[in-house]
Design a protein around this ligand. Structure first.
Ligand SMILES: Nc1nc2c(ncn2[C@@H]2O[C@H](COP(=O)(O)OP(=O)(O)OP(=O)(O)O)[C@@H](O)[C@H]2O)c(=O)[nH]1
Ligand SMILES: C[S@@+](CC[C@H](N)C(=O)[O-])C[C@H]1O[C@@H](n2cnc3c(N)ncnc32)[C@H](O)[C@@H]1O
Ligand code: SF4
Ligand code: SF4
Length: 331
């Protein structure tokens, strides 16, 4: 396994298949790549299925265990099923989607080899949903979640960004997953680093505190050291639901356990979600070139909080002087 100098191995890759999207969520960081608005038709700059598969075959050589397909909206790619089908068998595939295109395609994704899916659902109320996503897709999303559960893409994780607009809906979303088999909830701390609007953030510690009171038990996941709360279980520890908190903002522990690199829709390797100064092109490269680019990306990865960003003495964060103006070790 490839490893960086902080002892973080490379276990997973997150591949953005497009930056196009049929929603316009007010909080969207688009995996660090700017605006999702624009034409919905396929664009020439997107990696082809061949490019993605060639990269995944190199990942297999290095023992990468998991691939996450994301975007933009990855289901706008008509060749998503083909990409999943051609992913090497040793790599587990999952998808993060807004869910609108799952009805009618969920079973095909299973047949292609997809293991599970995360669906973004920020509220159980159509009006609140419309306000956050700037779309009328609520019914399609609900139908999409059901289609995913029926097709066996379980556990289906509902992704909810917790910020000013949605914080009030947390209790009912927790109840919703506790009452419905096959669903789990992922509460994602609002990340202002790329999206701006820091005033929308809510204190994630208050969410942890509330969940601790509700939970029958709490576990820590190896990935990012994320906490998982189990709620509504019966006396035998069965039933109920699982709620995972994704709390990366200003969290050095989260970054210390981050074992993934990203790929942009244009085929650039990216060592950290929050940085765009470490991109390495890979799109049309040969396998030996991809191997070298991947080695270099991993070798140059540094934990964002706690290493690239350090405390500024006023309770905030500043770029570690060590990395100011340092050209990336090449390639
Ligand atoms: N800063 C940061 N945020 C992350 C990271 N991983 C996930 N997130 C946040 O969590 C969101 C949802 O992640 P998902 O794509 O659903 O998947 P995941 O939670 O990483 O993976 P699984 O739980 O294994 O499905 C991302 O879009 C980010 O906002 C990470 O490594 N760093
Ligand atoms: C960028 S979207 C791409 C996949 C797909 N379109 C979707 O919405 O699921 C991936 C995830 O990032 C989350 N996300 C987007 N912007 C965010 C932000 N500023 N803070 C925290 N999470 C964010 C979304 O809620 C979604 O779950
Ligand atoms: S659906 Fe996903 S990619 Fe599209 S705007 Fe919302 S968070 Fe961003
Ligand atoms: S180093 Fe930290 S901020 Fe960067 S991708 Fe990993 S967990 Fe996210």
């Amino acid at each position: 396994m490839l490893e960086d100098e902080f002892g973080r191995g490379l276990r997973g890759v997150r591949i953005s298949l497009t930056d196009r999207c049929n929603f316009d969520c007010v909080y969207c960081h688009n995996e660090g790549l700017g605006d999702t608005r624009g034409p919905l038709e396929p664009q020439d700059d997107e990696m082809s299925a061949d490019d993605v598969v060639r990269f995944l075959e190199v990942c297999e050589e290095f023992g990468v265990e998991k691939a996450k397909f994301t975007g933009g909206e990855p289901m706008l790619r008509e060749d998503l099923e083909e990409i999943i089908e051609r992913t090497p068998d040793s790599i587990e595939t999952s998808l993060t989607t807004n869910g609108t295109f799952l009805p009618g395609r969920a079973e095909g994704l299973v047949e292609a080899g997809l293991s599970r899916v995360n669906v973004s659902q920020d509220a159980l109320d159509p009006e609140a949903f419309r306000e956050v996503t700037k779309s009328n897709g609520y019914d399609d999303v609900i139908e999409g979640v059901l289609a995913a559960v029926d097709a066996g893409l379980t556990p289906v994780k509902l992704n909810m960004v917790v910020f000013e607009h949605t914080a009030g809906y947390v209790p009912e979303m927790v109840e919703h997953v506790a009452e419905n088999d096959g669903l789990q909830l992922q509460l994602i701390e609002y990340m202002p680093e790329l999206a701006g609007r820091p005033e929308w953030a809510v204190e994630i510690d208050r969410v942890h505190g509330w969940l601790e009171e509700q939970a029958d038990r709490v576990e820590r996941r190896e990935m990012h050291g994320r906490r998982r709360y189990y709620v509504g279980e019966d006396e035998h520890g069965e039933g109920g639901g699982m709620v995972e908190v994704v709390d990366p903002v200003g969290n050095p522990d989260f970054c210390a356990n981050c074992e993934r690199v990203r790929v942009t829709h244009q085929g650039f390797l990216k060592g950290c979600l929050n940085r765009n100064d470490d991109l390495r092109p890979m799109g049309k490269m040969t396998k030996p070139e991809i191997r070298e680019a991947l080695r270099a990306t991993v070798a140059n990865r540094v934990p964002y909080y706690g290493e690239y960003m350090v405390r500024d003495g006023d309770g905030g964060w500043k770029v570690n002087e060590k990395y100011l103006g340092t050209p990336l070790a090449s390639d």
